[in-house]
Design a protein around this ligand. Structure first.
Ligand SMILES: NC(=O)c1ccc[n+]([C@@H]2O[C@H](COP(=O)([O-])OP(=O)(O)OC[C@H]3O[C@@H](n4cnc5c(N)ncnc54)[C@H](O)[C@@H]3O)[C@@H](O)[C@H]2O)c1
Length: 238
């Protein structure tokens, strides 16, 4: 949402968004910039992160970061802090993906990969982001509806996302006295480059998701084509 008048709610704040080059992360980064923040878009796809930062203007910067790597997370936080003139106010830990497989068929490598990207990376993020938030701040972890809702073939993803919710609660307890809030968001189905490939192409799946949704619709990130006009669109008839 672009502001035409007044100060944004994040004016003079410094933020970082992991997985900020696409989908939900890009939507969040876009909104943060519109609200006046300086934002580091951190993504393993450095070229896409560069393009995203260029499209958002001078308040955005890009960094090529693999969030599974602790050294890369440390450097990312230092870069975000430099962008903020020595402070980091907001961090969004958004990186994550699923690799489907029934438990009896999934190999250990795939399990570890999903747990590492969805859960361990959030642990590493909180650890280094909190250390940089010397004046307090806010850490927002992107979990999923699947933190609560089991799905066949998604044992690693559901377990890792459920892990984020309890990790977030522990972190909130540990960091509250430093003025750092830690929260998690559990999105339902959001149309993004990833889900448009793996979910929206499968007949009946979107309808099944929407059927269980109180508002009768799926979500669209701010940056998704048509999102402003069509976020209310419903595929449930009546
Ligand atoms: N889209 C949904 O319906 C939905 C629902 C619930 C939760 N989520 C969660 O939201 C987050 C974003 O999902 P999305 O649909 O926007 O995905 P997306 O595929 O559109 O974007 C993911 C981004 O993550 C980046 N990435 C991948 N591995 C990385 C790594 N190791 N280090 C840094 N960046 C990496 C990719 O380059 C990509 O830019 C994920 O954690 C996902 O689990 C999505």
């Amino acid at each position: 949402m672009e502001r035409t008048t007044g100060r944004g709610v994040l004016e003079d704040r410094a933020a970082l968004v992991t997985a900020g080059a696409s989908g939900i992360g890009l939507g969040i980064a876009t909104r943060f910039v519109a609200e006046g923040a300086r934002v580091l878009i951190a993504d393993i796809d450095g070229e896409r992160a560069d393009a995203a930062a260029r499209s958002l203007g001078p308040r955005a910067r890009a960094a090529a970061v693999d969030v599974k790597d602790e050294g890369a997370q440390r450097r990312m936080v230092a870069e975000a802090r430099a962008l903020g003139g020595g402070r980091l106010d907001v961090a969004v830990d958004c990186a994550g993906y699923n690799r489907s497989g029934l438990i009896m068929e999934q190999d250990l490598e795939a399990w570890r990969d999903v747990v590492e990207i969805c859960l361990t990376s959030v642990f590493l993020g909180i650890k280094h982001q909190a250390a940089a938030m010397t004046a307090g701040g806010s850490i927002i972890n992107i979990a999923s509806l699947n933190a609560r809702q089991p799905a066949e073939g998604m044992a690693a993803y559901c377990s890792a996302k459920a892990g984020i919710t309890i990790l977030t609660q522990v972190a909130a307890m540990e960091l509250g006295s430093r003025g750092i809030r830690v929260n998690a968001i559990g999105p339902g189905l959001i149309e993004t480059p990833r889900t448009s490939e793996v979910i929206f192409t499968r007949p009946g799946l979107v309808e099944a998701f929407v059927e269980q949704t109180a508002l009768g619709r799926y979500g669209l990130p701010l940056t998704w084509p048509g999102s402003r006009s069509s976020w209310r669109r419903t595929i449930r008839s009546g």
